[in-house]
Design a protein around this ligand. Sequence first.
Ligand code: CS2
Ligand code: MG
Length: 403
Amino acid sequence: MIIESAEVVVTSPGRTFVTLRITTDEGLIGLGDATLNGRELAVASYLSDHVAPLLIGRDAHAVEDTWQYLHRGAYWRRGPVTMTAIAAVDVALWDLVAQRAGLPLYQLLGGASRRGLLAYGHAGGRDLPELSEAIHRRLAEGFRAIRVQSGVPGIAALYGVTDPGTAYEPARRAARPVEEQWDSRAYLRHLPGVLEAVRHEFGPELPLLHDVHHRLTPIEAARLGRSLEPYDLFWLEDCTPAENQEALRLVRSHTVTPLAIGEVFNSVHDYRTLIGEQLVDFIRSSPTHTGGITALRRILDLAGLHQIRSGMHGPTDVSPVGMAAALHLGLAVHNFGIQEYMPHAAVTADVFETSFTFAAGLLHPGELPGLGVRLDLAAAARYPYQAAYLPVNRLPDGTVHDW
Ligand code: CS2
Ligand code: MG
Protein backbone atom coordinates (compact mmCIF):
# COMPACT_ATOMS: atom_id res chain seq x y z
CA MET A 1 0.00 0.00 0.00
CA ILE A 2 2.02 2.95 -1.35
CA ILE A 3 1.36 6.59 -0.46
CA GLU A 4 0.54 8.59 -3.58
CA SER A 5 -0.37 11.96 -2.13
CA ALA A 6 -0.48 13.78 1.18
CA GLU A 7 -2.52 16.93 1.33
CA VAL A 8 -3.14 19.38 4.17
CA VAL A 9 -6.71 20.64 4.55
CA VAL A 10 -7.31 23.80 6.62
CA THR A 11 -10.98 24.55 7.19
CA SER A 12 -13.02 26.51 9.76
CA PRO A 13 -16.50 24.99 10.16
CA GLY A 14 -17.29 26.60 13.53
CA ARG A 15 -13.59 26.66 14.43
CA THR A 16 -10.35 25.90 12.62
CA PHE A 17 -9.19 22.32 12.01
CA VAL A 18 -6.07 21.14 10.21
CA THR A 19 -6.31 17.66 8.66
CA LEU A 20 -3.72 15.57 6.85
CA ARG A 21 -5.32 13.54 4.05
CA ILE A 22 -3.17 10.70 2.69
CA THR A 23 -4.17 8.80 -0.47
CA THR A 24 -2.71 5.41 -1.43
CA ASP A 25 -2.18 3.69 -4.77
CA GLU A 26 -5.26 1.55 -3.99
CA GLY A 27 -7.41 4.64 -3.55
CA LEU A 28 -7.79 4.44 0.23
CA ILE A 29 -7.86 7.76 2.11
CA GLY A 30 -6.42 8.08 5.61
CA LEU A 31 -7.00 11.10 7.88
CA GLY A 32 -4.91 12.58 10.68
CA ASP A 33 -5.68 15.56 12.94
CA ALA A 34 -3.03 18.33 12.98
CA THR A 35 -4.98 21.01 14.85
CA LEU A 36 -2.92 23.14 17.28
CA ASN A 37 -5.24 25.77 18.70
CA GLY A 38 -4.20 29.33 17.81
CA ARG A 39 -1.08 28.15 15.92
CA GLU A 40 -2.79 26.13 13.16
CA LEU A 41 -0.89 27.44 10.16
CA ALA A 42 2.50 26.62 11.70
CA VAL A 43 1.60 22.92 11.72
CA ALA A 44 0.02 23.14 8.26
CA SER A 45 3.30 24.57 6.93
CA TYR A 46 5.46 22.03 8.80
CA LEU A 47 3.40 19.30 7.19
CA SER A 48 3.04 20.59 3.65
CA ASP A 49 6.53 22.13 3.34
CA HIS A 50 8.62 19.55 5.19
CA VAL A 51 6.75 16.28 5.80
CA ALA A 52 4.29 15.60 2.96
CA PRO A 53 7.02 15.39 0.27
CA LEU A 54 8.81 12.69 2.33
CA LEU A 55 5.70 10.54 2.50
CA ILE A 56 5.19 10.07 -1.24
CA GLY A 57 6.21 6.56 -2.30
CA ARG A 58 6.47 5.19 1.26
CA ASP A 59 4.69 2.01 2.35
CA ALA A 60 1.63 3.07 4.37
CA HIS A 61 1.95 -0.08 6.48
CA ALA A 62 5.29 1.11 7.88
CA VAL A 63 3.75 3.00 10.82
CA GLU A 64 6.58 2.58 13.32
CA ASP A 65 9.35 3.19 10.80
CA THR A 66 7.63 6.34 9.53
CA TRP A 67 7.23 7.62 13.10
CA GLN A 68 10.94 7.10 13.82
CA TYR A 69 11.92 8.53 10.42
CA LEU A 70 10.01 11.76 11.07
CA HIS A 71 11.03 12.01 14.75
CA ARG A 72 14.71 11.05 14.68
CA GLY A 73 15.18 11.96 11.06
CA ALA A 74 14.31 15.64 11.56
CA TYR A 75 17.18 16.04 14.06
CA TRP A 76 15.09 18.75 15.82
CA ARG A 77 12.92 16.77 18.22
CA ARG A 78 9.82 17.38 20.29
CA GLY A 79 7.81 20.60 20.54
CA PRO A 80 4.07 21.04 19.94
CA VAL A 81 4.30 21.94 16.23
CA THR A 82 6.58 19.01 15.31
CA MET A 83 4.76 16.47 17.44
CA THR A 84 1.30 17.52 16.20
CA ALA A 85 2.54 17.13 12.62
CA ILE A 86 4.00 13.67 13.34
CA ALA A 87 0.75 12.76 15.10
CA ALA A 88 -1.26 13.57 11.99
CA VAL A 89 0.91 11.26 9.87
CA ASP A 90 0.79 8.49 12.47
CA VAL A 91 -3.01 8.61 12.86
CA ALA A 92 -3.58 8.77 9.09
CA LEU A 93 -1.38 5.68 8.63
CA TRP A 94 -3.21 3.76 11.37
CA ASP A 95 -6.47 4.75 9.67
CA LEU A 96 -5.19 3.34 6.35
CA VAL A 97 -3.81 0.12 7.82
CA ALA A 98 -7.10 -0.57 9.61
CA GLN A 99 -9.18 0.25 6.51
CA ARG A 100 -7.00 -2.09 4.47
CA ALA A 101 -7.57 -4.82 7.07
CA GLY A 102 -11.31 -4.08 6.99
CA LEU A 103 -11.37 -3.58 10.77
CA PRO A 104 -12.20 -0.72 13.13
CA LEU A 105 -8.86 0.60 14.33
CA TYR A 106 -9.31 -0.50 17.95
CA GLN A 107 -9.19 -4.13 16.76
CA LEU A 108 -5.62 -3.59 15.56
CA LEU A 109 -4.64 -2.01 18.88
CA GLY A 110 -5.51 -5.13 20.85
CA GLY A 111 -9.32 -5.15 20.68
CA ALA A 112 -11.90 -3.70 23.04
CA SER A 113 -11.05 -3.79 26.75
CA ARG A 114 -14.46 -2.37 27.75
CA ARG A 115 -17.97 -1.73 26.43
CA GLY A 116 -17.44 2.01 26.03
CA LEU A 117 -15.50 4.99 27.37
CA LEU A 118 -16.80 6.95 30.35
CA ALA A 119 -16.93 10.57 29.19
CA TYR A 120 -17.01 13.79 31.18
CA GLY A 121 -18.78 16.94 30.06
CA HIS A 122 -18.16 20.58 30.93
CA ALA A 123 -20.33 22.67 33.23
CA GLY A 124 -19.45 26.28 33.97
CA GLY A 125 -21.39 29.11 35.56
CA ARG A 126 -20.72 32.64 36.70
CA ASP A 127 -22.36 31.82 40.05
CA LEU A 128 -23.87 28.81 41.81
CA PRO A 129 -27.39 28.94 40.29
CA GLU A 130 -25.91 29.16 36.77
CA LEU A 131 -23.47 26.36 37.52
CA SER A 132 -26.19 24.12 38.95
CA GLU A 133 -28.31 24.70 35.84
CA ALA A 134 -25.36 23.83 33.60
CA ILE A 135 -24.75 20.58 35.50
CA HIS A 136 -28.43 19.63 35.19
CA ARG A 137 -28.19 20.29 31.44
CA ARG A 138 -25.17 17.98 31.05
CA LEU A 139 -26.85 15.24 33.10
CA ALA A 140 -29.92 15.51 30.87
CA GLU A 141 -27.64 15.09 27.83
CA GLY A 142 -26.47 11.78 29.30
CA PHE A 143 -23.14 12.71 30.91
CA ARG A 144 -22.25 10.65 33.97
CA ALA A 145 -19.20 12.70 35.02
CA ILE A 146 -18.93 16.49 35.08
CA ARG A 147 -16.12 19.04 35.02
CA VAL A 148 -17.09 21.98 37.22
CA GLN A 149 -15.76 25.53 36.55
CA SER A 150 -17.03 28.59 38.37
CA GLY A 151 -16.87 32.35 38.22
CA VAL A 152 -14.94 34.01 41.05
CA PRO A 153 -16.14 37.29 42.63
CA GLY A 154 -13.79 40.05 41.53
CA ILE A 155 -12.57 38.30 38.35
CA ALA A 156 -14.47 39.63 35.34
CA ALA A 157 -13.45 37.17 32.58
CA LEU A 158 -12.25 33.72 33.55
CA TYR A 159 -11.28 30.40 31.97
CA GLY A 160 -14.13 27.87 31.73
CA VAL A 161 -17.02 30.27 32.28
CA THR A 162 -19.27 31.62 29.53
CA ASP A 163 -22.66 33.19 29.15
CA PRO A 164 -25.45 30.73 29.99
CA GLY A 165 -26.47 28.46 27.12
CA THR A 166 -23.41 29.19 24.93
CA ALA A 167 -20.89 26.40 24.32
CA TYR A 168 -17.44 27.02 25.78
CA GLU A 169 -14.90 27.77 23.07
CA PRO A 170 -11.60 29.17 24.31
CA ALA A 171 -10.23 30.50 20.97
CA ARG A 172 -11.77 33.81 19.84
CA ARG A 173 -11.83 35.20 16.32
CA ALA A 174 -10.06 38.51 16.75
CA ALA A 175 -6.94 40.21 15.43
CA ARG A 176 -5.29 39.84 18.86
CA PRO A 177 -5.89 37.58 21.86
CA VAL A 178 -8.60 38.77 24.25
CA GLU A 179 -7.37 39.33 27.79
CA GLU A 180 -8.72 37.53 30.83
CA GLN A 181 -7.93 38.13 34.51
CA TRP A 182 -6.53 36.05 37.30
CA ASP A 183 -6.21 36.41 41.06
CA SER A 184 -5.00 33.29 42.92
CA ARG A 185 -6.04 34.51 46.36
CA ALA A 186 -9.62 35.25 45.28
CA TYR A 187 -9.83 31.88 43.51
CA LEU A 188 -8.44 29.90 46.45
CA ARG A 189 -10.93 31.58 48.81
CA HIS A 190 -13.93 30.94 46.57
CA LEU A 191 -13.52 27.50 44.96
CA PRO A 192 -13.86 25.12 47.98
CA GLY A 193 -17.33 26.60 48.74
CA VAL A 194 -18.39 25.97 45.14
CA LEU A 195 -17.36 22.30 45.24
CA GLU A 196 -19.01 21.91 48.64
CA ALA A 197 -22.31 23.26 47.29
CA VAL A 198 -22.17 21.11 44.14
CA ARG A 199 -21.34 17.94 46.07
CA HIS A 200 -24.18 18.70 48.48
CA GLU A 201 -26.72 19.27 45.68
CA PHE A 202 -25.72 16.35 43.41
CA GLY A 203 -24.83 13.73 46.03
CA PRO A 204 -21.82 11.48 46.63
CA GLU A 205 -21.94 9.34 43.45
CA LEU A 206 -21.37 11.83 40.61
CA PRO A 207 -17.70 12.04 39.51
CA LEU A 208 -16.68 15.73 39.64
CA LEU A 209 -13.56 17.17 37.99
CA HIS A 210 -11.97 20.62 38.06
CA ASP A 211 -9.34 22.32 35.85
CA VAL A 212 -6.97 24.89 37.40
CA HIS A 213 -5.45 25.54 33.96
CA HIS A 214 -1.79 25.86 35.05
CA ARG A 215 -2.25 28.89 37.33
CA LEU A 216 -1.00 28.08 40.85
CA THR A 217 2.36 27.80 42.58
CA PRO A 218 3.15 24.37 44.06
CA ILE A 219 2.29 25.45 47.61
CA GLU A 220 -0.99 27.06 46.48
CA ALA A 221 -1.88 23.91 44.56
CA ALA A 222 -1.07 21.77 47.59
CA ARG A 223 -3.40 23.92 49.70
CA LEU A 224 -6.18 23.72 47.12
CA GLY A 225 -5.87 19.94 46.76
CA ARG A 226 -6.09 19.56 50.51
CA SER A 227 -9.07 21.91 50.88
CA LEU A 228 -11.00 19.99 48.19
CA GLU A 229 -10.46 16.55 49.75
CA PRO A 230 -13.88 16.47 51.50
CA TYR A 231 -15.63 16.83 48.10
CA ASP A 232 -14.02 13.72 46.60
CA LEU A 233 -12.84 15.06 43.22
CA PHE A 234 -12.25 12.55 40.42
CA TRP A 235 -9.29 14.78 39.54
CA LEU A 236 -7.73 18.19 39.90
CA GLU A 237 -6.26 19.15 36.53
CA ASP A 238 -3.12 21.12 35.61
CA CYS A 239 -2.78 22.60 39.09
CA THR A 240 0.67 24.10 38.30
CA PRO A 241 2.42 25.01 35.00
CA ALA A 242 3.03 21.43 34.01
CA GLU A 243 6.48 21.70 32.44
CA ASN A 244 8.03 21.81 35.92
CA GLN A 245 7.57 18.13 36.77
CA GLU A 246 9.42 18.44 40.11
CA ALA A 247 6.77 20.89 41.39
CA LEU A 248 4.36 18.00 41.70
CA ARG A 249 6.47 16.41 44.46
CA LEU A 250 5.43 19.17 46.80
CA VAL A 251 1.77 19.06 45.76
CA ARG A 252 1.65 15.28 46.06
CA SER A 253 3.19 15.22 49.53
CA HIS A 254 0.38 17.41 50.87
CA THR A 255 -2.82 16.10 49.29
CA VAL A 256 -4.60 12.89 48.35
CA THR A 257 -6.80 14.64 45.76
CA PRO A 258 -6.09 12.78 42.45
CA LEU A 259 -4.07 14.80 39.95
CA ALA A 260 -4.31 14.95 36.15
CA ILE A 261 -1.73 16.64 33.92
CA GLY A 262 -0.40 16.81 30.39
CA GLU A 263 -2.73 18.33 27.78
CA VAL A 264 0.11 20.65 26.68
CA PHE A 265 2.77 17.92 26.80
CA ASN A 266 4.06 16.47 23.55
CA SER A 267 6.52 13.74 24.51
CA VAL A 268 7.04 10.83 26.88
CA HIS A 269 9.98 12.80 28.27
CA ASP A 270 7.55 15.39 29.67
CA TYR A 271 6.18 12.61 31.88
CA ARG A 272 9.30 10.79 33.05
CA THR A 273 9.46 12.21 36.58
CA LEU A 274 5.68 12.36 36.93
CA ILE A 275 5.17 8.73 36.00
CA GLY A 276 8.40 7.33 37.46
CA GLU A 277 7.76 8.91 40.87
CA GLN A 278 3.99 8.34 40.69
CA LEU A 279 3.26 12.07 41.10
CA VAL A 280 0.03 12.09 39.04
CA ASP A 281 -2.96 9.79 38.56
CA PHE A 282 -4.14 10.62 35.03
CA ILE A 283 -2.39 11.33 31.70
CA ARG A 284 -4.13 14.18 29.84
CA SER A 285 -2.40 13.75 26.47
CA SER A 286 -4.43 13.18 23.33
CA PRO A 287 -2.96 11.42 20.29
CA THR A 288 -3.21 14.74 18.37
CA HIS A 289 -0.66 16.68 20.45
CA THR A 290 1.63 13.86 21.55
CA GLY A 291 2.94 12.26 18.38
CA GLY A 292 -0.09 10.13 17.61
CA ILE A 293 -1.33 6.71 18.64
CA THR A 294 2.13 5.13 18.38
CA ALA A 295 3.65 7.60 20.87
CA LEU A 296 0.71 7.88 23.27
CA ARG A 297 0.40 4.12 23.50
CA ARG A 298 4.01 4.00 24.74
CA ILE A 299 3.28 6.67 27.36
CA LEU A 300 0.16 4.82 28.55
CA ASP A 301 2.01 1.50 28.76
CA LEU A 302 4.64 3.15 30.95
CA ALA A 303 1.90 4.80 33.03
CA GLY A 304 0.12 1.46 33.45
CA LEU A 305 3.13 0.08 35.31
CA HIS A 306 2.40 2.71 37.96
CA GLN A 307 -1.42 2.35 38.05
CA ILE A 308 -1.72 5.70 36.28
CA ARG A 309 -4.65 5.90 33.87
CA SER A 310 -5.63 7.80 30.74
CA GLY A 311 -7.74 10.96 30.79
CA MET A 312 -7.35 12.11 27.20
CA HIS A 313 -7.82 15.74 26.27
CA GLY A 314 -11.01 16.11 24.21
CA PRO A 315 -11.81 19.82 23.76
CA THR A 316 -13.37 21.21 20.59
CA ASP A 317 -9.86 22.01 19.33
CA VAL A 318 -9.18 18.27 18.94
CA SER A 319 -10.92 17.61 15.60
CA PRO A 320 -13.45 14.82 14.97
CA VAL A 321 -10.51 12.89 13.46
CA GLY A 322 -8.45 13.39 16.63
CA MET A 323 -11.41 12.41 18.80
CA ALA A 324 -11.90 9.19 16.85
CA ALA A 325 -8.20 8.34 17.31
CA ALA A 326 -8.53 8.93 21.06
CA LEU A 327 -11.61 6.71 21.25
CA HIS A 328 -10.05 3.77 19.40
CA LEU A 329 -6.94 3.92 21.60
CA GLY A 330 -8.97 4.45 24.78
CA LEU A 331 -11.21 1.48 24.04
CA ALA A 332 -8.18 -0.76 23.58
CA VAL A 333 -5.76 0.16 26.40
CA HIS A 334 -6.14 -1.57 29.74
CA ASN A 335 -5.45 1.54 31.86
CA PHE A 336 -8.23 3.75 30.47
CA GLY A 337 -9.55 6.25 33.04
CA ILE A 338 -11.98 8.73 31.51
CA GLN A 339 -12.38 10.68 28.22
CA GLU A 340 -13.09 14.41 27.97
CA TYR A 341 -15.93 15.09 25.54
CA MET A 342 -16.87 18.57 24.34
CA PRO A 343 -19.14 17.99 21.33
CA HIS A 344 -18.27 20.10 18.27
CA ALA A 345 -20.55 22.81 16.86
CA ALA A 346 -23.31 21.36 14.64
CA VAL A 347 -21.74 23.01 11.56
CA THR A 348 -18.58 20.88 11.99
CA ALA A 349 -20.64 17.88 10.84
CA ASP A 350 -20.99 19.52 7.40
CA VAL A 351 -17.29 18.75 6.86
CA PHE A 352 -16.54 15.74 9.08
CA GLU A 353 -18.81 12.70 9.01
CA THR A 354 -18.20 10.63 12.15
CA SER A 355 -19.37 7.24 13.34
CA PHE A 356 -18.62 7.45 17.06
CA THR A 357 -21.56 7.31 19.44
CA PHE A 358 -22.43 8.62 22.91
CA ALA A 359 -25.05 6.76 24.93
CA ALA A 360 -25.69 6.26 28.65
CA GLY A 361 -22.58 8.29 29.50
CA LEU A 362 -20.28 6.15 27.33
CA LEU A 363 -18.51 6.97 24.06
CA HIS A 364 -17.79 4.28 21.47
CA PRO A 365 -15.68 4.68 18.30
CA GLY A 366 -18.07 2.61 16.13
CA GLU A 367 -17.46 -0.37 13.88
CA LEU A 368 -16.52 1.16 10.50
CA PRO A 369 -13.11 0.11 9.14
CA GLY A 370 -10.31 2.49 10.17
CA LEU A 371 -11.06 5.57 12.26
CA GLY A 372 -14.61 5.81 10.92
CA VAL A 373 -14.35 9.50 9.94
CA ARG A 374 -14.82 11.02 6.47
CA LEU A 375 -13.81 14.49 5.32
CA ASP A 376 -15.92 16.19 2.65
CA LEU A 377 -13.40 18.28 0.64
CA ALA A 378 -16.05 20.36 -1.15
CA ALA A 379 -17.72 21.20 2.17
CA ALA A 380 -14.31 22.03 3.72
CA ALA A 381 -13.72 24.57 0.94
CA ARG A 382 -16.94 26.34 1.90
CA TYR A 383 -15.45 27.17 5.34
CA PRO A 384 -12.22 29.06 4.63
CA TYR A 385 -9.62 29.56 7.35
CA GLN A 386 -10.44 32.13 10.00
CA ALA A 387 -7.73 33.19 12.45
CA ALA A 388 -8.46 32.84 16.16
CA TYR A 389 -6.35 33.20 19.29
CA LEU A 390 -6.46 31.70 22.75
CA PRO A 391 -6.78 34.36 25.48
CA VAL A 392 -3.90 35.91 27.40
CA ASN A 393 -4.13 36.20 31.19
CA ARG A 394 -3.18 39.13 33.42
CA LEU A 395 -2.97 39.64 37.20
CA PRO A 396 -4.77 42.61 38.80
CA ASP A 397 -1.59 44.76 38.46
CA GLY A 398 -1.27 43.93 34.74
CA THR A 399 1.44 41.26 34.96
CA VAL A 400 1.06 38.52 32.33
CA HIS A 401 0.19 35.21 34.02
CA ASP A 402 -0.19 31.60 32.78
CA TRP A 403 -3.52 31.20 30.97
C1 CS2 B 1 -8.84 22.61 28.48
C2 CS2 B 1 -8.97 23.16 27.11
O1 CS2 B 1 -10.21 20.85 27.90
C3 CS2 B 1 -9.48 21.30 28.75
O2 CS2 B 1 -9.22 20.78 29.79
O3 CS2 B 1 -7.82 22.92 29.30
O4 CS2 B 1 -10.18 23.85 27.07
C4 CS2 B 1 -7.85 24.08 26.65
O5 CS2 B 1 -7.99 25.34 27.22
C5 CS2 B 1 -7.89 24.17 25.16
O6 CS2 B 1 -7.79 22.90 24.62
C6 CS2 B 1 -6.76 25.06 24.64
O7 CS2 B 1 -6.66 24.93 23.29
MG1 MG C 1 -7.47 21.40 30.72
